[in-house]
Every structure is written in structure tokens, then in C-alpha cells.
Design a binder for this molecule. Structure first.
Ligand SMILES: Cc1cc2nc3c(=O)[nH]c(=O)nc-3n(C[C@H](O)[C@H](O)[C@H](O)COP(=O)(O)OP(=O)(O)OC[C@H]3O[C@@H](n4cnc5c(N)ncnc54)[C@H](O)[C@@H]3O)c2cc1C
Length: 351
């Protein structure tokens, strides 16, 4: 990079919430060099929270959730192309179309994807969905429009619970199968979990806790027809949504030497990535759902947050630090915050 941090080449991999907000912040901070944003989805950055809420309720179409821009980031958008590797010595990102992309500073915002159903044949049945992308939401909304008899939701975390809520609001019968003792227990604990269970049942959800789904079944034409549960029961349904959490998009970094694994990419509080030896880099930064970072409020524990607000704030800190000299760099100290809307209730959590 040239002596001036406001010049040179910056590449961002991951063209979603964190990538967009970082690109805007870089320009706000006076970065005048070349800025390239690589994204494997074919669409400009869009917002995900509405996908499990307004889109499933039929109040918004999946292709209308584009993220508003705060300013034109004046970037070269490379959409629909996947980054396949990182050469940290040569300072290049490898792209699926074969072109190497040189950088002086790199920001990784590759987020997560939906954890797929473990059995690929069962996952491929017509009527079995996951929900992470705009295309997932559009496909699922179409199925709900078609008026299924019953929807089976596997997993009662936030996404699963919001899907169940949308189904009930549309008057569709829904069964939720959850391995834990109650919905949302992982995020909200036992007491609020019990409340969430009561809320779901009061809204007509057939909630089955303490069970796992052991097999998905299809008819002779490959259409999903129902599932077996570990308690020996069977649920007949025509749509199934697998809502079993997320997988970090880190495979492309396998040979990069970065501390990247199933729990995300480890970075310091200034968003600088660690190498696999725990040494901090100075030219590779990380932000958003794919990151793990130490938080002083929690005894410097490494946190991995899948929250909208974290992606925005961490992206802003990363962008600031990418163009600031050492003493002017800032830590990412924001208090974790998230929200969810389900069954007519807004749930907000801070801390
Ligand atoms: C249905 C749904 C509802 C949600 N609701 C809420 C909510 O109510 N409240 C809340 O706080 N949060 C919510 N979230 C979470 C929030 O949307 C995320 O925290 C946020 O999207 C994280 O942004 P990100 O940019 O870090 O990652 P992502 O949005 O995951 O974006 C990462 C991007 O990088 C791309 N990518 C991955 N690998 C590569 C590669 N190798 N090359 C190029 N591109 C790549 C991905 O395809 C993706 O476009 C919700 C998420 C979902 C899916």
C-alpha cells in the first residue's frame, strides 16, 4: 500500500450488510483508492430480517428488500462471482472465474449460510426449504401462497419461530419440532423459553419439544410428505423448513493461513484477522456474522454474533481502522443487541 492509507486497493469479499456498510464508511473516511466488492449472490446487497417476516407474510416481495445506501460507495461490484482462495503473501484474492484480485487491504464479510438438512437426498425433496437468501424466501413464500395443509418447521430458534409465526398469521397449520426443552432457550434461557412455548401454543402451533426429526419422507415423485420424530410419531406435512442455524462461510480460506474454522474467523477487537498461529495481521480485516472477536464487557471472551446491528457496527469499525494509522484505530465495543418479531410480539435483547 502506498504511504497514504487513503489510497491504494481495497477488496471486500461478501456483498451484503457488513460489506456494503464498510464500503460506504471507507468513502466517508476519505478513502480515494480503488474499491472492489465481491459477492457470490447475483443481487446487490439486500436485507435479510424481512425475509422471515414481511416476505413470508406476503406483505413484501423477496426482490424488494434491497438495502438502502447511505451514500454511493463508488465501488467496482463483482456480483455473482465467488472468492475461492486467499494468497496472503502475494496479497491476492482468487475468484471462481479465474481472475486474481490484488489488494493492499482486504475485508472479509462472507457471513454464514443456512445449515442444510444432513441427508442430501431428503434435503432435495420438493417442498423442503432452508431460509437464508432472497431466493429461499421467494420460493418459500410462493409455497405458503399455494395454501399448504401443514408446514413442519425443524428447529425453534429465532428463524424457526418467526417462520411458525408467519404460518399461523396466514392461518396455515404448523408443527414445530425442537430438540431442546422450549423454543428460543439457547438465546433467551429457560424462563423466557417457557413463555415462548406458551405463546406459540396459544397461537395454535403444534409444538413438540425434546424431540428430533429422524427422517424426511417423499412420495414416488420426490415430493415431501412428512417426517418421523424420535418419539416414534409421524408428522404429515407438505412443506418442511429446516431451521437448524447457520454455517460460517470460511471454506474458501482453508489454505490462507488465517484462524478460520467452523466457529468463524478470529480477529482482534480492531477487526484485524488472526493467523492460525494467533498472530494478528495488519492487512486483513473481518466483520459481521463470519467474525469472532474478543469483547471486554464479557471478560475478553471470543464472541460470534449473528445480529444485524453487530454486522453494521463492526463493519464501520473495520473500515475506520483500515484507513487509520495505529494510534487512531478504534475497538469494536458495541453492546450486543438483537430483535425479533413473532406472534405479535417484538422481542428485544441488549447485552
Ligand atoms: C431470515 C433471517 C432473518 C433475520 N432476522 C434478524 C433479526 O430480526 N434481527 C437481527 O438482529 N438479525 C437478523 N438476522 C441476521 C442478520 O441478517 C445478519 O446478522 C446479517 O445479514 C449479517 O450480515 P453479514 O454481511 O455479516 O453476512 P451475510 O448477510 O451472511 O452476507 C454474507 C455475504 O457473503 C457472500 N459470500 C459468502 N461466501 C462468499 C465467497 N466465498 N465469495 C463471495 N461472496 C461470498 C454470501 O453469499 C452473502 O451474500 C436475520 C437473518 C436471516 C437469514
Amino acid at each position: 500500500m502506498s504511504g497514504d492509507l487513503r489510497d491504494g486497493r481495497i477488496v471486500i469479499v461478501g456483498a451484503s450488510l457488513a460489506g456494503l456498510r464498510a464500503a460506504e464508511t471507507l468513502r466517508d473516511k476519505g478513502f480515494t483508492g480503488s474499491l472492489t466488492v465481491v459477492g457470490d449472490e447475483p443481487y446487490p446487497p439486500y436485507d435479510r430480517p424481512p425475509l422471515s417476516k414481511q416476505v413470508l407474510l406476503g406483505k413484501a416481495r423477496a426482490d424488494t428488500t434491497e438495502l438502502p445506501t447511505r451514500r454511493a460507495p463508488d465501488a467496482d461490484w463483482r456480483l455473482g462471482v465467488r472468492a475461492t482462495g486467499l494468497d496472503p503473501l502475494g496479497k491476492r484474492v482468487m475468484l471462481a472465474d479465474g481472475e486474481p484480485l490484488p489488494f493492499d487491504r482486504l475485508l472479509i464479510t462472507t457471513g454464514t449460510r443456512a445449515r442444510p438438512w444432513a441427508n442430501p437426498e431428503e434435503a432435495a425433496l420438493d417442498g423442503v426449504f432452508t431460509l437464508r437468501t432472497r431466493d429461499d424466501a421467494g420460493g418459500l413464500a410462493d409455497r405458503l401462497d399455494a395454501g399448504p395443509e401443514r408446514v413442519l418447521v425443524i428447529g425453534a430458534g429465532f428463524t424457526g419461530s418467526e417462520i411458525a409465526s408467519a404460518c399461523r398469521e396466514r392461518g396455515i397449520e404448523v408443527t414445530v419440532a425442537e430438540r431442546g426443552p422450549a423454543p428460543l432457550v439457547g438465546a433467551l434461557g429457560g424462563t423466557l423459553g417457557k413463555l415462548a412455548a406458551a405463546m406459540q401454543r396459544n397461537h395454535g402451533v403444534d409444538l413438540r419439544c425434546g424431540v428430533t426429526v429422524t427422517a424426511l419422507h417423499g412420495d414416488g415423485n420426490g415430493r415431501f410428505t412428512g417426517a418421523d420424530l424420535s418419539d416414534g410419531s409421524r408428522v404429515d406435512a407438505d412443506v418442511c423448513v429446516v431451521a437448524l442455524g447457520a454455517v460460517r462461510n470460511v471454506e474458501w480460506l482453508e489454505d490462507s493461513g488465517l484462524a478460520a474454522g467452523p466457529r468463524g474467523i478470529a480477529c482482534d477487537a480492531g477487526c484485524r484477522a488472526f493467523t492460525m498461529y494467533g498472530i494478528v495481521t495488519d492487512d486483513v480485516f473481518v466483520a459481521g456474522d463470519v467474525s469472532r472477536f474478543p469483547h471486554p464487557l464479557f471478560g475478553y471472551q471470543m464472541l460470534a454474533l449473528e445480529h444485524w446491528g453487530n454486522a453494521v457496527e463492526q463493519a464501520e469499525v473495520a473500515a475506520h481502522n483500515m484507513v487509520s494509522p495505529g494510534p487512531l484505530r478504534r475497538p469494536h465495543l458495541a453492546v450486543p443487541v438483537f430483535w425479533s418479531s413473532q406472534f405479535g410480539l417484538n422481542i428485544k435483547s441488549v447485552g
